[in-house]
Write a protein that binds this ligand. Structure first.
Ligand code: ASP
Ligand code: MG
Length: 235
């Protein structure tokens, strides 16, 4: 078994998601578990929406952007309606109390990954690769209550292995990065850009042969091109 992790720019839009589908298809013999981030820009937009709500200025949420991705992938428009409703209610609540605690911020931020895995799993399945979306907390990823920097609690690996062992073998597991949940059910995150960490922790718990962190740059570059504009490919 291997873990394959794809970040936000790798699942930014249909073109990128089709590439991911091709890459995953080519490795099905290695029994991949796929970990995904939110689509590019969605987590930033969620954080922004949370802050604006707390300032009493409820603004655009990323719901429109997510709807556009659903449409682009040919998903049923109501696929994520329960999550959209939950997010809208949460932002409304934040705008009433005018307060964004680390706990509420994690809850708001969690929607990106939760929406992404459902969207992508629906697309993969219709493209002929049966895929099931999972919130990682349903697979044993239970954390402490350090909101914004949560870590799995001691002994979680056994629960994780048992949860994965019970999954259907004929479906690809597509799992949320970044998020978690405490034993009391409070939503947490492991920290910004944390999906790599989720992938690594799952890989260790499941004794995966490999953890692959996929990136959307061509080959190896001299620096991170999102940080250094002059980054170039190294021959
Ligand atoms: N979506 C989260 C973030 O933007 C986690 C990640 O991308 O790894 O921070
Ligand atoms: Mg990243």
């Amino acid at each position: 078994m291997i873990i394959m992790k794809f970040g936000g720019s790798s699942v930014a839009n249909r073109k990128q998601i089709e590439k991911v589908l091709g890459i995953v298809r080519g490795r099905m013999d290695r029994r991949p578990v796929v970990v995904s981030s939110a689509h590019k820009g969605i987590t930033d937009a969620l954080v922004h929406a949370g802050k604006s709500a707390a300032a009493g200025k409820p603004e655009h949420t990323p719901i429109d952007r997510q709807r556009a991705i659903l449409a682009e992938l040919g998903c049923a428009p109501d696929l994520l309606e329960p999550l959209f409703d939950e997010l809208a209610a949460l932002l409304h609540g934040i705008s009433l109390v005018r307060e964004l605690s680390p706990r509420s911020l994690d809850y708001v931020s969690s929607f990106g990954e939760r929406m992404a895995v459902r969207t992508i799993a629906d697309f993969f399945t219709r493209e002929g690769l049966p895929t099931r979306a999972h919130d990682v907390w349903e697979l044993g990823f239970i954390t402490d209550g350090k909101f914004g920097a949560a870590r799995p609690i001691e002994g979680w690996e056994g629960e994780c292995r048992a949860a994965f062992a019970a999954l259907a073998e004929d479906e690809l597991a597509l799992v949320t990065g970044f998020i978690g949940r405490t034993p009391l059910g409070e939503v947490t995150t492991v920290g910004r850009n944390g999906s790599d960490l989720t992938a690594a922790l799952l890989g260790a718990a499941l004794e995966a042969r490999e953890v692959e962190i996929w990136s959307d740059t061509d080959g190896v570059m001299s620096a991170d091109p999102s940080v250094v504009a002059q980054a170039r490919n190294i021959p």
